[in-house]
Design a protein around this ligand. Structure first.
Ligand code: MG
Length: 369
């Protein structure tokens, strides 16, 4: 049952290149299907989330992260009456523009592109679906609906907003994206806050003792122990994370219901003119700040993570220099591009970790991994 404030595919603002409707699927299902069949989506399996892909088979990759975001977003969407296919499309596409080697890779590529307009993974996700995928005879990109593209573009500068036209307008008018887009944003946070604790402990970089400093973790762990006295080890960790996930999901549902009741948006567009309505409660938001700070200090800035992603940054920088100095080392389409630095950035951003490592070895003779 769709709520009045949900996005309705039959009232979509449409695609950049008009297409006849599909006989059996709504427009957002069609977007989701195009994303799943794209080349960029398949590459996510070999792209770093926090841990480099070759460091272990059980860590999250960009692909499994995106699937977890889609699962969380769908389940919240269903209980709020939002459009499940739209949240799934946005969630599966939200990280398509990520470089190899995670945030470290994006920072390195941004440095390389400093004089040429910079590099930002979020803008790049939109660029992938608008320009870079080459699958259709009549247009570049996947020709997705406005609502999916709007959801992919989480933030952008004024200059970019002006350049981007329809999907950029809300940044100039200080309006919000659809509730489905707002939901995907929170589902992304819920997913990584939980799975980074899991991967952090699995890797041995975080310990259960260190997590004593994180109130939200302690609270759900104590709940788990009250119900299952004597539970320990992996099962205690999983049970704590599972409760943390459910707790955040129920919190978003309750806080959002209260915000919807207060603002009473009568349509998807009315919701865009309200303050952000998909939200955590204040208490949960405060607890999550502590968890995020903890992860930043103890996991993302852990010397071992910094060391391996630092090598990834070197790969990105040296690849950028190598292709810029000798474009013929890239596929002909990229080598012939009018804007060479942008073409180099597109080429590198599209690489999986392992392809980047192989290319770097081929071009420099150095073996960094
Ligand atoms: Mg993400």
């Amino acid at each position: 049952m769709l709520a009045p404030y949900a996005s309705d595919p039959s009232a979509s603002r449409g695609r950049r290149y008009p297409e006849a409707p599909a006989p059996t699927r709504n427009e957002y299902q069609r977007d989701r299907d195009r994303i799943v069949h794209s080349t960029a989506f398949r590459r996510l399996v070999y792209k770093t989330q926090v841990f480099l892909n070759h460091e272990g088979d059980l860590f999250r990759t960009r692909l499994t992260h995106s699937l977890e975001v889609a699962q969380l977003a769908r389940s919240i969407a269903r209980s709020l009456g939002l459009h499940e296919d739209l949240v799934e499309a946005i969630a599966l596409a939200h990280d398509l523009g990520h470089t190899p080697f995670g945030h470290a890779g994006q920072d390195a590529l941004h440095q390389c592109m400093r004089e040429y307009g910079g590099f930002e993974h979020n803008l790049q996700s939109l660029r992938v679906v608008d320009e870079l995928e080459e699958r259709y005879p009549a247009f570049n990109g996947l020709n997705l609906t406005f609502e999916t593209r709007e959801g992919i573009l989480k933030h952008c500068s004024r200059a970019d907003a002006q350049r981007l036209g329809d999907v950029g307008r809300r940044f100039l008018e200080r309006a919000q994206p659809s509730l489905e887009a707002q939901l995907c944003n929170l589902a992304d946070e819920i997913a990584y806050n939980a799975h980074d604790v899991d991967d952090g402990v699995r890797s041995g970089l975080l310990t259960m003792e260190q997590l004593e400093a994180v109130p939200i973790f302690v609270r759900y762990r104590d709940d788990a122990l009250r119900e299952h006295p004597g539970l320990g080890g992996r099962r205690l960790l999983f049970e704590t994370i599972r409760r943390m996930l459910s707790g955040q999901v129920y919190d978003v549902i309750d806080a959002t219901r209260a915000a919807l009741a207060e603002h009473q948006p009568g349509s998807a567009d009315a919701a865009r003119r309200c303050p952000p309505l998909v939200r955590f409660s204040h208490a949960m938001a405060a607890e999550l700040q502590v968890l995020k700070r903890f992860l930043r200090t103890h996991l993302y800035r852990h010397p071992q993570v910094v060391e391996t992603t630092g090598r990834g940054q070197r790969v990105v920088r040296e690849l950028f220099a190598a292709y810029r100095d000798d474009p013929s080392q890239m596929p002909p389409d990229y080598a012939a591009a009018e804007d060479l630095p942008r073409a180099v950035a597109d080429y590198i951003a599209g690489m999986t970790d392992r392809f980047a490592i192989r290319e770097h070895e081929r071009l420099t003779g150095l073996r960094l991994f």
